[in-house]
Design a protein around this ligand. Sequence first.
Ligand SMILES: Cc1cc2nc3c(=O)[nH]c(=O)nc-3n(C[C@H](O)[C@H](O)[C@H](O)COP(=O)(O)OP(=O)(O)OC[C@H]3O[C@@H](n4cnc5c(N)ncnc54)[C@H](O)[C@@H]3O)c2cc1C
Length: 576
Amino acid sequence: VILKHSSQLKKSYDFIIVGAGPGGATTANRLTESAGVNVLLLEAGGANDGVLEIDVPQLCVTLTPNTPWDWNFTTVPQDGLLGRTPPFPRGIGLGGTSAVNCLVYTRGTKSDIDTWAALSGDESWGWDGVLPYFKKSEKFNLPVDGHNVSGQFRAEVHGFHGIIGVSVPGAGRATDDRVIAVTRELEEFPFQVDINSGEHLGIGWTQALIDRGVRSSSKAYLAPKYLNRKNLDVLLHARVSRVLPTDGALFLNSIEFQDGEGGELKHLTASKEVILSAGAVHTPVILLHSGIGDSEVLTPLGIPVLVHNPSVGQNLTDHVGCSITFEVNSTKTLDEVWRKDSLKDALITEWREKKTGLMVDTSENQVAFLRLPDDDPIFETHEDPASGPTTAHFEFLFQNGVFPTKDSGNYFNLPVGAVSPASRGFITINSSDPFAVPLIDPRLLSEDIDIYMVRQGIKTGQRFVAAKAWDGYFIRPLVNLTSDDEIDQYIRENAVSFFHPVATAAMSPVNASWGVVDPNLLVKGVSGLRVVDASVVPRLPAAHTSAAVYGVAEKAADIIKATYPELFSNRATVKA
Ligand SMILES: Cc1cc2nc3c(=O)[nH]c(=O)nc-3n(C[C@H](O)[C@H](O)[C@H](O)COP(=O)(O)OP(=O)(O)OC[C@H]3O[C@@H](n4cnc5c(N)ncnc54)[C@H](O)[C@@H]3O)c2cc1C
């Protein structure tokens, strides 16, 4: 149940979970499948119920930045972006960032996930070990327009009985046929039948986190039928400041939290564990304020050091990129919808009444994952940053219409993102106030191969729009980009985070001298404390990241169940 007030809290809980995004909501749901276990889920934000912008997939573009559903962070000045401080959105409230994201469902490649096994020293974190959990979380559903989906995905790599809705587009776009026609025309853009099969190179139909036309966020794991469980309590507007040891030992099973916005600080203790699922920004922040981190950061701030671990908050990896935009010879673009309230209102009414029409999909009906050629001269001087020879260097999203729209004209937008970046940044703190805004430094484009990937991506995009399949469609690019210098300047002026930070509390082998959690996701150097969210992902897949977090959390739940057999007599088993 969602508690109305903290006075309704039970005297004790077995597990206290912090944060209701994909990491926390999934874990809370799976642990409470067993009636013998009491779980409390704390979330800093509210319920996010009945928010049209959240529920309507196409409105995802309006959810960040600078809205009530976003923590509204920006990065520190980014040298690679000419000193700019772009937004660094993170969702707040039930669903976390999965309530404000752009819904694209991508797992990354087999070699991306196999790298997790190599880095953690635990084979079970490889593709074969994680795939059953991707499937377990997933409820693939047919698109709402009822079109024939054969050749648009591979059923054998999907789950149909999970919790998170995944679907292919449910409304056709004017550009669909042309995008797919390019795959028949130009060899460098092959068709990829399923971008989530472990292989992702080529252009494929978008798979999106949508359940019969409605956004499917991690709130699906907190649907009423789960919230009715007597052993699951959820407390909203409860912001955790620190994790604390019980009786001065290194058993960190207590939390301090602020009860309501600006409310008093309270303490609670879990009999078994505290599980941090506050996301790749807040989890390291909570660890640092709890005294787990680099003593050189903590001591000057007067924070007593419990465990000196310089890895906390480090290794921040994120995707980066920018869009190129082309004016087009068509009025059948989303620009018209964003510009004309009457058109938008009609589509929203259709969505409300029938869950059909353009509002049922996210911004793009197709995506592409593409590589630099194997003999690209960059590899004479730089190591290939991709996880393997079939993992992409850059990604395209094919958007038939720009948001926010321009006063006139119609446009095709091609966001180009470097998806195997070499740059690494960090999250840190510069105040002993646990609620102070953290310092977020993803160091975007700090490695020159990253801007190279975006530059080559833009050039590849220019070849894509020059295909015969587009004859008569494109009028002109919005910005003329020809020389490398021009392109690089454009990138540095326009690139932003593509919103996929991971690895700030990374998983590593038990005895490694780096990393924050072990392969069971237990925080090193203490007991009673685990992390289940994007921060443990040791290497960023060449993919949008929520699928990874659902997979991690489903697996984490089974790890926890196996750790306490006395509590989880009915242990859930995963069917591959
Ligand atoms: C604009 C945007 C677009 C994106 N697009 C996509 C996409 O298309 N596809 C995709 O797969 N991924 C996308 N992502 C990324 C994806 O949503 C995240 O990777 C995923 O949600 C991370 O899950 P998480 O559980 O680690 O953290 P989060 O989802 O961030 O959840 C953390 C939760 O913890 C809460 N919390 C934080 N601190 C505290 C505290 N101290 N006390 C209590 N609660 C706390 C937060 O409020 C939040 O609810 C996007 C992200 C953004 C910002």
